[in-house]
Design a protein around this ligand. Structure first.
Ligand code: SF4
Length: 234
C-alpha cells in the first residue's frame, strides 16, 4: 500500500502576547477531523512551550510534577474531534486494559449523572467546574497519580500548569492556585466540525461514544487546519 501523503506548513501565530512559529504536518488527502489531532497537539505544545519560556524570563518556576494528579480531578472539556481520537487510542489498547478503563469510565459517569452534572448546556463554567471538582472523581486515565495516556492527553490538559504550591491544587475550590497564563488554543477545537460549540466532560467519553455521530465530514488535512485557525482568530 502506498504511504499516505502529508503536507507541511509553517504557522506564524500571535496568541495572546505570545508569538509562535511552528511547522504543522497533516494528511494531504480527505480525512476525518480526528486525523489532524496530532498536529493540534503539537501546536498546543508549542504554545505552552512559548508560555513557559516567557514565564522563565521572570524567574518563576512551574510546580507541576509527574506523580501529582490533583488537577486530574477537574472537569476536562473535550471536543468531539478529540473524543474521536481518544476512542481510537483506547481501541488500540489490549483488551484487559480497555476493560479496566471502561469500568473506571462507568464509575465516573455514574457519579456525574447522580450529581446532575452531565447536562452542561446553558450552565456557567464556574458552576460546573466547582461542582465537578467537589465530587473528587479521578480521571479514568489517571493511574498512580500520573496520566496513563500522557502523549495523547487532551489539549486542555496540556494547557494547565501552575506556579503555586502543588498542595493547593487539591484544596477545596482550589483557592490560591496560580495557573500559568497559557492562551486556550484548545477552545478552537470545540467547533472544528460544526459551527456550534461541541464538548462534554472527558469522563463521559464512553457515554458519548454510544450515541456519537459516525459519519463525520471529511476534508483535506490543510482544510481542517485552516478551519482551526479561523476558529482560533474568531
Ligand atoms: S487525560 Fe491525563 S492529564 Fe488529562 S485529566 Fe486525565 S489523567 Fe489528567
Amino acid at each position: 500500500m502506498a504511504a499516505e501523503a502529508h503536507s507541511t506548513a509553517t504557522l506564524r501565530l500571535t496568541v495572546g502576547d505570545l508569538r509562535v512559529v511552528h511547522p504543522v504536518t497533516v494528511p494531504s488527502g480527505s480525512v476525518r477531523a480526528s486525523a489532524v489531532v496530532p498536529a493540534l497537539q503539537e501546536l498546543v505544545n508549542a504554545v505552552v512551550g512559548a508560555a513557559e519560556a516567557k514565564l522563565g524570563e521572570s524567574g518563576t518556576a512551574i510546580s507541576c510534577r509527574k506523580g501529582c494528579g490533583a488537577c486530574c480531578r477537574q472537569l476536562v472539556p473535550v471536543s468531539r474531534t478529540e473524543a474521536e481520537r481518544l476512542l481510537g487510542v483506547i481501541e488500540a489498547m489490549p483488551a484487559k486494559r480497555q476493560q479496566a478503563l471502561k469500568e473506571r469510565f462507568a464509575t465516573a459517569a455514574a457519579a456525574i449523572r447522580a450529581a446532575g452534572l452531565d447536562a452542561t448546556a446553558g450552565r456557567a463554567d464556574r458552576e460546573l467546574s466547582v461542582g465537578y471538582f467537589a465530587l473528587g472523581i479521578p480521571c479514568p486515565f489517571l493511574e498512580e497519580e500520573s496520566c496513563s495516556i500522557h502523549p495523547e492527553r487532551p489539549l486542555v490538559c496540556r494547557e494547565y500548569l501552575v506556579t503555586s504550591p502543588a498542595e493547593l491544587c487539591a484544596g477545596p475550590q482550589q483557592k490560591g492556585v496560580t495557573p500559568v497564563p497559557v492562551p486556550k488554543v484548545s477552545m478552537a477545537a470545540r467547533s472544528l466540525q460544526d459551527d456550534s460549540e461541541n464538548w462534554f466532560p472527558l469522563a463521559m467519553l464512553m457515554d458519548w461514544a454510544k450515541t456519537r455521530p459516525r459519519n463525520g465530514v471529511k476534508r483535506t488535512g490543510p482544510e481542517w487546519v485552516q478551519r482551526f485557525l479561523r476558529r482560533l482568530s474568531a
